[in-house]
Design a protein around this ligand. Structure first.
Ligand SMILES: [Zn+2]
Ligand SMILES: [Zn+2]
Length: 62
């Protein structure tokens, strides 16, 4: 067994394409409502910017 300690960080999900990525290699990030989202590409980040709430980001109805 050879688990690399540098790869022990939890993966995060790109909300646009659903890809699981290591936060350390994310191409770009966005902060929204106090949460940091990680993206595999600028295209995914742009899609998120256009409509953040379309991508698995529910809000409590107020
Ligand atoms: Zn929001
Ligand atoms: Zn993506």
């Amino acid at each position: 067994m050879s688990e690399n300690a540098t790869h022990s960080a939890a993966l995060v999900t790109d909300p646009v394409c659903g890809m699981q990525i290591d936060p350390q290699i994310a191409v770009t990030t966005r902060e929204h409502d106090g949460t940091t989202f990680y993206f595999c590409s600028h295209g995914c980040a742009a899609a998120f910017d256009a409509d953040p709430h379309r991508y698995g980001h529910p809000h409590a109805a107020q």
